[in-house]
Design a protein around this ligand. Structure first.
Ligand code: 5GP
Ligand code: ZN
Length: 111
């Protein structure tokens, strides 16, 4: 198994896990760019949003529900937070396992 995030799911690679259920894992980004910087991933290996199919719609809906709950636990719901998918080269995607970035804990800029 080559995928680094699949190895994080199997605990082959350690990570700071903040949330786990049957379908999702969330852990702290190793190179945080904000005080709160969590990666939320499905346990199913999907390379990117560009690869989702109709039968994944419940899973992807669940990913956002998990994000909402993680934001609440991380105390960023009130002040606000950002959810980002990087998809492909131009967006700077570096890991080919679908992941939702949750950023917060400071005023975020947009450029
Ligand atoms: P991307 O650039 O693909 O949207 O985001 C991948 C993210 O995964 C990057 O922010 C990077 O810091 C993070 N990352 C890559 N490898 C690891 C790792 O082994 N552990 C953790 N916790 N984060 C990782
Ligand atoms: Zn994977």
């Amino acid at each position: 198994m080559e995928c680094v995030f699949c190895k994080i799911i199997s605990k082959e690679i350690p990570s700071e896990i903040v949330y786990e259920d049957e379908n999702f894992l969330a852990f702290k980004d190793i190179q945080p760019i904000a005080p709160v910087n969590i990666l939320i991933i499905p346990k199913k290996h999907i390379p990117a949003i560009d690869h989702i199919e109709l039968y994944d719609k419940e899973l992807i809906g669940g990913l956002f529900l998990a994000a909402k709950e993680i934001a609440r636990v991380q105390n960023v719901s009130e002040n606000g937070y950002r959810l980002i998918f990087n998809i492909g080269e131009d967006a700077g995607q570096t890991v080919d396992h679908l992941h939702l970035h949750l950023l917060g804990g400071k005023k975020l800029t947009w450029s």
